[in-house]
Design a protein around this ligand. Structure first.
Ligand code: RTP
Ligand code: MG
Length: 138
């Protein structure tokens, strides 16, 4: 079984779609291993998105991701990383396929409802960034 790491971003909580997205996670057959509501500091967001440090949107992204509460979760499924990325759709909701989470709930390319790890390796790093082993079910 594979793990992925996801975030319900500030816009998803602001628009009260967290429940809809969690229901979709269950309906699509993911097992939730860990889940919590947090608010990242700008410093947390900066470290989490360090891979994007040189990108022009990095500063805005860190400010945005620390602007309100988010829900972080570790999910398990067969092929969880790609399964989640297929379910969320393209980064820009205007480009996202019908019925994907970003098509349904994202507001813009930045405020795009959800995050998903882009590889199994990064999923491990991202889960460890937010969760201790004791916070994950076996
Ligand atoms: P994520 O990492 O959040 O799952 O999103 P992603 O792989 O689809 O997109 P990525 O290229 O990794 O970008 C990370 C997040 O940065 C924001 N972004 N803003 N204004 C812009 O042009 C722009 N481009 C990216 C989005 O919030 C994106 O999800
Ligand atoms: Mg990404």
């Amino acid at each position: 079984m594979e793990r992925t790491f996801i975030i319900l971003k500030p816009d998803a909580l602001e628009s009260k779609n967290a429940g809809n997205i969690l229901a979709r996670i269950e309906a699509e057959g993911f097992r939730v291993l860990g889940l919590k509501l947090i608010q990242m500091s700008a410093d947390d967001a900066g470290r989490f998105y360090a891979v994007h440090k040189e990108r022009p949107f990095y500063g805005d992204l860190c400010k945005y991701m620390s602007s309100g509460p988010v829900i972080v979760a570790a999910l398990e499924a067969a092929g969880a990383v790609q399964k989640w990325r297929d379910l969320i759709g393209a980064t820009d909701p205007a480009q996202a396929a019908p019925n994907t989470i970003r098509k349904l709930y994202a507001k813009s390319k930045e405020a795009n409802a959800v995050h998903g790890s882009d590889s199994v390796e990064n999923a491990k790093i991202e889960i460890a960034f937010f969760f201790s082993e004791r916070e994950l079910v076996g």
